[in-house]
Design a protein around this ligand. Sequence first.
Ligand SMILES: NC(=O)c1ccc[n+]([C@@H]2O[C@H](COP(=O)([O-])OP(=O)(O)OC[C@H]3O[C@@H](n4cnc5c(N)ncnc54)[C@H](O)[C@@H]3O)[C@@H](O)[C@H]2O)c1
Length: 248
Amino acid sequence: MAVARVAVVTGGGGGIGRAIARALAAPGTAVVVVDRDESLAAQTVAEVEEAGGAGEVVVADVSDPADVQRYVEVALRHTGRIHVLANNAGIEGVVAPLADYPLETFDAVMGVNVRGVFLGLRHVLPGMLAAGSGAIVNTASTSSIRGRANLGGYVASKHAVLGLTRVAAAEVAGTGVRVNAVLPGPVRTRMIASINAMAADRGGVARAVPTREAEPEEVAGVVAYLASDAAAHVNGASWVIDGGSTVS
Ligand SMILES: NC(=O)c1ccc[n+]([C@@H]2O[C@H](COP(=O)([O-])OP(=O)(O)OC[C@H]3O[C@@H](n4cnc5c(N)ncnc54)[C@H](O)[C@@H]3O)[C@@H](O)[C@H]2O)c1
């Protein structure tokens, strides 16, 4: 199968990343699944192949510049270009008030969620700008636009992801390259189960307007749209996917 389009999905072994990889899978598309967990990434590749696409695993830590350089090099082997980057890997840290929030956990969350997204932008944007096209979708969160008690590391990191998205979008405006963010509310994956378990004594994650958890596919559908030519004039958007829980 000749490859015409290359998509990189970081955190591609996880709940949302796997759904994004499946949504982008198509004949002629190679999906490069980047994750620090090899077996989760391999399962995603199997699902991409079932969907008629080509897939490839890259075991990498998105917070390590050498690893980011390596996943970019692997992706470029197909066509010399990266058409889509879903900058999606993230960790939740712990649920604790700021005074008790462990410094090493704060640094770890910022390292993956902020430094990882920054490095993805830094290593992928130059090639896209040289080609005059490409789409990056960063996975932010409704925690990018709200404070949440006891999730200090995560909320700070997701505000930063939105900031980086806006800076990148301003830098690429008018070039044919686009950078957008999706802001999911709670999504039914391992991460939200972990956060809810840690916050069980507080009734789980507080929501302004109670809504159900999203399915990962409901996030992936928006990512696939933002990555597509149908969104050619969408740049710098922060697309909330929460059933309306943050409107008030
Ligand atoms: N689940 C939710 O409720 C929710 C809501 C809003 C935003 N998000 C965001 O969506 C993204 C995906 O989360 P998810 O819910 O699918 O969680 P998940 O835990 O199922 O998936 C995260 C994936 O990222 C990988 N990963 C973690 N650190 C990594 C690193 N340093 N390098 C490479 N891979 C790494 C993990 O191995 C895992 O496969 C995250 O950025 C998360 O913050 C999730």
